[in-house]
Design a protein around this ligand. Structure first.
Ligand code: ATP
Ligand SMILES: O=P(O)(O)O[C@H]1[C@H](O)[C@H](O)[C@H](OP(=O)(O)O)[C@@H](OP(=O)(O)O)[C@@H]1O
Ligand code: MG
Length: 361
């Protein structure tokens, strides 16, 4: 590892090839060097001990952890080695700790965390009712849905939330007849009509940024409709142009619903306390009847698509995390002590994609 000028600190990074190809490494290295940090791209096949000293470990190991948890031997060995290395080097600041990341690898697990947050109700926030199918026994699954208050239409999502393309293959199901397409283990979740607008909230430490994305049009339960398959990437990326996002004519007169940023800040505070990740994103849709905000997904180290000044803020959050280490619990105190500061309205040149940047401090 080379020396860096002022802090002399090394940031070891491991992310997947997929993520690496999207990352502007030149910009990242330039920003890190400007702040006195040296970047080291880590190789998981070589012991970390042989790759030089590390002060900060920045990673997105979701795919490898998920594979390890599903019994992949090579992945288990890699994760075992990483965990051993980190336990042998407790001075290293890890962004983010593997056990916190694990909370988001399983949809049933993180939806349960959200559902158990009773204070959401008082703030007009909810996570739609959901249930897990562990088998393909339809009668049993109908009963599981009934007991958990899950009603058609539902979205069927793989229980494993990260780790492969399959994790993003969804099915919209309108009736009991459609349940035969569910591939266990999966969760089914009430579909919330939201006029095809998705709000993606990207969080770095105490900063966040919201961008609008296209989403699914409104649907109702129906005995006649067959399941609709889609992958998240086809429908909900910034440049997606799916017919599933085109509202029906009778929906078009609906008033556009506005995002309530107080609700977003409430969600961020709760996620900090319960999940405790520095690099996290979550997705919100607004119920077009009640105006309540539904949290429908949480992602580890997301794309940060269109996040202004991302690399500078990343360094800032790394420094913030380092200075807190020793007191790494993301406790209520830390969260509640942050009073909400004024906002920076970054504005937007696109008509349909508003971009807002804000601070929570
Ligand atoms: N409960 C819901 N009600 C309405 N629409 C939903 C619901 N859950 C998911 N969707 C739609 O399906 C899309 C994919 O769902 P979800 O975000 O859970 O999948 P994902 O593959 O984990 O997404 P990401 O790529 O953001 O991680 C959402 O962006 C939204 O358009
Ligand atoms: O633009 P977003 O944040 O929607 O896209 C994310 C997506 O939500 C998932 O977090 C992907 O992670 P994996 O499921 O682990 O593949 C991200 O992929 P990545 O290659 O950036 O890690 C998408 O960017
Ligand atoms: Mg997701």
């Amino acid at each position: 590892m080379g020396d860096s000028s002022s802090t002399g600190k090394n940031i070891g990074i491991w992310i997947s090839d997929k993520k690496s190809h999207k990352l502007n490494w030149k910009e990242l290295i330039k920003t890190c060097n400007a702040h006195g940090y040296n970047i080291v791209k880590l190789d998981l096949d070589i012991p970390f001990e042989d790759q030089g000293r590390m002060d900060i470990f920045l990673h997105k190991l979701t795919d490898v952890i998920a594979a390890a948890d599903q019994g992949d031997v090579k992945a288990s060995i890699i994760i075992g080695r990483v965990e051993q290395y980190l336990s042998n080097h407790p001075h290293i600041t890890v962004i983010d700790p593997l056990n916190n990341v694990r909370l988001l690898l399983n949809r049933y697990c993180y939806y349960t965390i959200l559902q158990d947050e009773l204070s959401f109700q008082n703030h007009g926030i909810f996570t739609p009712a959901f249930a897990e199918f562990k088998t393909s026994d339809i009668e049993q699954n109908v009963e599981i849905m009934r007991s958990r208050g899950v009603k058609f239409p539902v979205i069927c999502k793989p229980t494993v939330a990260h780790g492969s393309k399959l994790a993003h293959e969804m099915v919209l199901i309108f009736n009991e007849r459609g349940l035969n397409v569910c591939k266990a283990p999966c969760v089914v979740q009430n579909f919330v009509n939201h006029n095809a607008v998705l709000h993606k909230v990207f969080v770095i430490g105490n900063k966040y940024h919201i961008s609008e994305r296209p989403s699914l049009k409104n649907f109702n339960a129906s005995e006649n409709l067959d399941p609709i398959y889609y992958s998240t990437g086809e429908v909900c990326k910034a440049d997606s142009n799916s017919t599933l996002s085109i509202l029906d004519p009778h929906d078009k007169s609906d008033i556009r619903m506005t995002l309530d940023e107080d609700k977003i800040r409430t969600i961020i505070r709760i996620l900090r306390r319960k999940i405790g990740l520095v690099l996290v994103g979550f997705d919100v849709v607004i119920d077009n009847v009640s105006g309540n905000h539904a949290v429908i997904d949480i992602n580890v180290f997301p794309s940060y698509d269109s996040f202004p000044n991302f690399f500078e803020l990343l360094i800032e959050s790394i420094e913030d995390t380092v200075s807190r280490s020793g007191n790494m619990d993301i406790s209520d105190d830390i969260v509640e002590d942050h009073t909400l500061n004024g906002l920076v309205n970054i504005g937007d040149s696109h008509a349909s994609y508003s971009v807002i940047g804000m601070n929570i401090n």
